[in-house]
Design a protein around this ligand. Structure first.
Ligand code: FPP
Length: 246
């Protein structure tokens, strides 16, 4: 273990959130169809979950399908949802045995009934697991999340449960799809792109950002370790002044 990690053991992030990008480019570099990139991306998901457990991270959020992804052609959408279905059918038992709690965030109503039922079953089965909470962002958009929270809060005001001055940041946070989950400490994006792409917009207000050049299908335990190491080196101030050095 590097001395940096030995010294900073206490600063393992509680919540790591990842924008998994580069499946398509990984495939095209190899002359393969995009689906091959997404399949290899699903293998990288398994490596990432394993690394998160080993490193003692408590929450891992993966951006698996954005609200914008619906506009990809019908073939790619059905490839992605098919892969998700396959993953749920074949991996949930294993994740359950590993103590992983699954949670799905996003506009899940856009998926067909049978997929929604599989998502609900996976959540119900793993509900009491404590080792790692894995959030899969599906049909997810940060603005969409904020909008649905605004609508629910407005409804509660209209119904007389709340007055406008009772709307606090904490109350609003508790209406987001991520209610009950601490904000991400670090947001990672792979593939050399430097954008948030509508991911966890409210929740990432103070997150450290890490951009990796690697395409997602190549992501492995070593990259996960690099993320933790970069995070451990950052001084988080949450808007406060730097700590005085003596
Ligand atoms: C971005 O790559 C990735 C996605 C749109 C989907 C992410 C999906 C997976 C990692 C696989 C399935 C996941 C689970 C949980 C089973 P891109 O296609 O935008 O790549 P590009 O920018 O190179 O075209």
């Amino acid at each position: 273990m590097s001395s940096l990690l030995a010294d900073k053991k206490a600063v393992v992030p509680t919540h790591v959130a990842i924008i998994m990008d580069g499946n398509g480019r990984w495939a095209s570099e190899r002359g393969l169809p995009r689906l091959a990139g997404h399949r290899a991306g699903a293998d990288a998901v398994a490596r990432c979950i394993k690394a998160a457990i080993q490193r003692g991270v408590s929450y891992l959020t993966l951006y698996a399908f954005s609200s914008e992804n619906w506009s990809r052609g019908p073939k790619e959408v059905s490839d992605l949802t098919g892969l998700l279905r396959y993953y749920l059918r074949h991996k949930v038992k294993e994740l359950h045995a590993e103590g992983v709690q699954l949670r799905f965030i996003g506009d899940l109503g856009r998926f067909d009934t049978s997929l929604r039922e599989e998502l609900e079953r996976a959540e119900a089965l793993t509900r009491n697991n404590k080792r790692l909470v894995l959030l899969l962002a599906l049909s997810y958009g940060g603005r969409g999340d904020i909008m649905q929270a605004v609508r629910r809060v407005a409804q509660e005001v209209r119904d007389g449960w709340l007055t406008p001055d009772q709307i606090s940041e904490e109350l609003f946070t508790n209406h987001l799809w991520t209610a009950g989950v601490p904000d991400p400490d670090v947001v990672v994006r792979t593939s050399g792109e430097y954008r948030l792409s509508n991911f966890l917009l409210w929740q990432s207000a103070y997150a450290e950002l890490v951009f990796l050049d690697t395409f997602w299908p190549d992501f492995n335990e070593g990259h996960f370790a690099t993320v933790l190491e970069l995070y451990a080196r950052r001084e988080r101030r949450f808007g406060a002044r730097p700590t005085a050095t003596v």
